[in-house]
Design a binder for this molecule. Structure first.
Ligand code: ADP
Length: 394
């Protein structure tokens, strides 16, 4: 059978990221980025076959940007026709309670994504723009939405429901939806494949600028740290993670702050950035190496939160077989991995220090043969997961 490919689109408010993927081999045939949509200056960067084409031009809107991308595929290759594109896969952050898997996009699916804008105000409107222009420019291709929340749609009720007044929670759809689901699903499936067994109790640590942890039993998510929004859970690059909601009342009453100011404070000016002045973990380590005590304390807060979640999720699952690190920090920060794993010695976690410290392309098992838990560093690939899921509907 000839190769079939999926064009994966991640449409943001001022950018469009794309990748042409063969879901069977996992090969990426081309990728690129439209930047600074709506600005006076913009750019389109297209990568194919080791070549990089950059067009510096203003990109007034998403429609113009995607039309330029399609022109670049024609001009620079690969030809979408020859690559046998059979679907367009769209990343959608918030699928609410409507979607527990990928959805073939039609007007009713668009309407549901629109209805979910209040739950995903930063992301869903931008995804809708990408979907609308892709439908217009590629009307003959099936368009599939893949939701970041879908993997967590079937969380057990006790994990999804807050201890909030039932009537209020249900009226305003307040429950735990999670996020990063595409990554957690991809990584947990890959680990099951790698270990050759489905019946696994897994914890996946997606530690990027945004960070989340999930507990997965026999392929099904049973817990995750992000909640109604991606604010809950771990300490992140700029977000607080878990914090007593009474801090909001306190800041309103005592500091006279507005809700928007607090939203900004919790989502953008907190986490590692708020604790150290640096959002990027590499910069935080530089501060520590220069003797900065606040930065050292911040890593302690970061790792402490991880220790709590791993312990809690191990308790929820009644055990743990596999612990996996992924995303920017998970894949690259050997010191964070080592600090966490040393704290997990009580669970029988043993890591090979040298393997942990050695950077490799691709997956790497960093636990020793004696370790009672398999610890792996596994690069996430959300685009490939989106392509695979899109393929299931065409
Ligand atoms: P997101 O997709 O959430 O924007 P990524 O998964 O790309 O984030 O992770 C980005 C973060 O990864 C950076 O902010 C940085 O903190 C961290 N990171 C990347 N490379 C390294 C590294 N070599 N060492 C430590 N941290 C790193």
């Amino acid at each position: 059978m000839s190769t079939r490919t999926v064009l994966v689109i991640n449409s943001g408010s001022s950018s469009i990221k794309y990748q042409l993927i063969d879901p069977d081999s996992g090969d990426s045939l081309a990728s690129g980025l439209v930047e600074r949509i709506g600005d006076a200056v913009g750019a389109i960067i297209h990568k194919h076959d080791g070549a990089r084409t950059v067009i510096d031009e203003p990109v007034p809107d998403h429609g113009f940007g995607l039309a330029e991308v399609l022109r670049l595929f024609d001009q620079e290759g690969p030809s979408l026709k020859e690559a046998n594109v059979v679907a367009v896969g769209h990343r959608v952050v918030q699928g609410g309670s409507h979607f527990s898997g990928p959805a073939l996009i039609d007007d009713s699916v668009v309407e549901l994504i629109e209805q979910l804008v209040p739950l995903g105000p930063l992301h869903n409107p931008a995804h809708l723009k990408g979907i609308a222009v892709a439908r217009r420019l590629m009307p003959d291709l099936p368009q599939v939405a893949v939701f970041d929340t879908a993997f967590f749609q079937d969380l057990p009720e006790e994990a999804a429901r807050y201890g909030l007044n039932r009537e209020v929670a249900d009226r305003y759809s307040i429950r735990r939806y999670g996020a990063h689901g595409t990554s957690h699903q991809f990584v947990s499936k890959e680990i099951a494949r790698r270990l050759g067994r489905e019946d696994l109790k897994q914890i996946v640590l997606h530690l990027g600028n945004g960070a989340s942890v999930s507990a997965v039993v026999d392929g099904h998510a049973v817990e995750t740290s992000m909640g109604l929004t991606p604010l809950e859970g771990l300490v992140m690059g700029g977000r607080t993670g878990d914090i007593d909601p009474a801090a909001v009342f306190h800041l309103v009453r005592v500091a006279g702050m507005s809700i928007d100011e607090i939203d900004h404070l919790f989502n953008r000016e907190s986490g590692m950035k708020g604790l150290t002045g640096q959002q990027d973990m590499r910069e935080v380590w530089k501060l520590i190496d220069a003797g900065d005590q606040d930065a050292r304390d911040a890593i302690d807060v970061y790792v402490h939160r991880l220790v709590k979640y791993v312990g809690a999720y191990t308790a929820v699952m009644g055990g743990l077989d596999a612990l996996t690190f992924t995303a920017g920090i998970g894949e690259n920060d050997a010191r964070v991995r080592a600090e966490l794993c040393h704290r997990l010695a009580y669970l029988g976690v043993r890591i090979d220090e040298e393997r942990n410290a050695t950077r490799v392309e691709g997956p790497s098992t960093i636990s020793t043969p004696e370790s009672s838990i398999v610890v792996t560093v596994y690069p996430t690939n959300e685009e490939l997961e989106i392509a695979r899921q899109a393929m299931t509907l065409v």
